[in-house]
Write a protein that binds this ligand. Structure first.
Ligand SMILES: Cc1cc2nc3c(=O)[nH]c(=O)nc-3n(C[C@H](O)[C@H](O)[C@H](O)COP(=O)(O)OP(=O)(O)OC[C@H]3O[C@@H](n4cnc5c(N)ncnc54)[C@H](O)[C@@H]3O)c2cc1C
Length: 395
């Protein structure tokens, strides 16, 4: 088995020399670790610390963060390249979606100078990580219903609520928690974002058993009157919604990159296999029933990659509104393409598609994550129906 992802001529036309160099350099780093490394650390219950550390030292993890704070001064376009290439090498680093992309973006755009100085250098070089918690058991896809509530106590805040499915809380130094202020009883979302250090008293986490083979775990969080200093609030109390949306576009773009990388990895494995596996006179890849679905998967990944680049470029150009629509579409397209590629790859390997040795079946569940999170396929279709097409709402 080779671990090299398929190359893409389209990328060469659409990316700067610097972006192509970054892609190649990250792909080379990913290839040095490879799928076997990722599977080993996962099986041992460990984390991808070596890869994370090396990627941090090389400036890849903070490529989107401001140079002033140790970042690369580039954008989400470059960070998405990093995640896609590591995924295509079999090492999708989920924490890239939350730590530098959501939390790093929100803090660098809206945090106070102290918050930037405290968090960004560590997020940029990977020495610190931050998780992100918005999902609640009773709100689910409807984040307008979140009830995690912050109330003032002197200059402090007291934060109370529950969150579910929050990734990587155990390995993150802090979690960026989305709550709402107590006085917002109007029913309208008025979110506030708080940085909650991992060991803050009253901040409890319980792992949720998941059918996923990944080093990052998901947690249920219970916040019981968690006392936070005034400076735990990110930015302005009244600018919470704007801040939240600023973080959600990078989240969708990065989830698209996550799905693309995984799909490319699986497709690469399937193509290698189909080239050599011979059960009649020709390798199975000579049969069009095997080749065409792989070709379709390749086309759909390429298309989703184009949409992802469009979304990232709009975001990096400062067009938050245009990026919003494109990021949703990119996440949708990449999740569907990634899942289809993984499914077809498993099928291409026949029985070997389900063996531990080839490790592809484990990707079936992992690839579904991008269809559900951070916003489900149906909620994106709702968004496009209402916002892009102007159709009426049913809910
Ligand atoms: C592996 C993993 C990691 C995650 N990591 C994080 C994290 O780090 N931080 C975080 O905050 N969250 C995280 N999540 C949570 C994720 O964002 C949510 O699971 C997702 O938003 C869906 O919410 P839900 O699970 O409550 O589903 P629900 O909202 O209960 O939806 C269930 C189903 O109903 C459908 N549905 C709901 N409403 C409608 C409607 N109006 N129209 C049509 N269909 C509808 C949905 O599409 C979905 O298929 C993670 C989830 C997973 C699986």
């Amino acid at each position: 088995m080779t671990e090299a992802p398929p190359t893409s001529a389209g990328q060469a036309l659409l990316e700067t020399t610097e972006q192509r160099d970054l892609r190649a350099a990250v792909a080379a780093l990913g290839a040095r670790y490879g799928r076997a490394y990722f599977q080993r650390v996962t099986a041992e219950g460990k984390h991808t610390d070596e890869l994370w550390g090396e990627a941090g030292k090389l400036g890849y993890l903070g490529v989107n963060l401001p140079e002033r704070y140790g970042g690369g001064g580039r954008g989400v376009t470059e960070l998405a390249i990093v995640l896609e290439e590591l995924g295509a090498a079999g090492c999708p680093l989920l924490m890239l979606v939350v730590s530098p992309a959501i939390c790093g973006t929100v803090i660098s755009r809206f945090g106070t100078d102290e918050q930037r100085a405290r968090w960004l250098p560590g997020l940029a070089d990977g020495s610190r990580k931050m998780a992100f918690g918005i999902t609640e058991p009773d709100a689910g896809s409807n984040s307008h219903r979140i009830t995690t509530t912050a109330r003032r106590d002197g200059t402090d805040w007291l934060l109370t609520g529950r969150k579910v499915f929050i990734s990587g809380v155990d390995i993150a130094d802090a979690t960026l928690i989305v709550g709402r202020t107590e006085d917002s009883r109007t029913g309208r979302l008025k979110p506030c974002l708080f940085i909650v250090d991992r060991d803050t008293p009253g901040f409890e986490r319980r792992p949720i058993p998941m059918e996923l083979q990944a080093p990052e775990k998901q947690f249920e969080l219970v916040l019981d009157d968690v006392r936070l200093p005034a400076d735990a609030l990110v930015g302005e109390e009244d600018a919470g919604l704007l801040q939240l949306f600023a973080g959600l576009n990078p989240e969708r773009i990065m989830t698209a990159a996550f799905a693309l990388g995984m799909g490319r990895y699986a497709l690469g494995q399937a193509v290698d296999y189909a080239r050599t596996r011979t059960v009649w006179k020709q390798p199975i890849g000579a049969h069009q029933a095997v080749a065409h679905p792989l070709a379709q998967a390749h086309i759909e990944l390429e298309l989703a990659g184009l949409m992802t680049r469009k979304a990232a470029q709009l975001y990096d150009a400062g067009d938050d509104v245009g990026a919003g629509e494109a990021a949703n579409m990119a996440k949708y397209a990449a999740a569907e393409a990634g899942l289809k590629a993984v499914d077809q790859a498993v099928h291409t390997l026949g029985g070997n598609g389900l063996t531990t040795e080839y490790g592809l079946a484990a990707l079936l569940n992992a690839a579904r994550v991008a269809r559900i999170a951070p916003v489900s396929r149906e909620m994106i279709l709702n968004y496009v129906s209402h916002s892009s097409l102007g159709l009426p709402k049913s809910y």
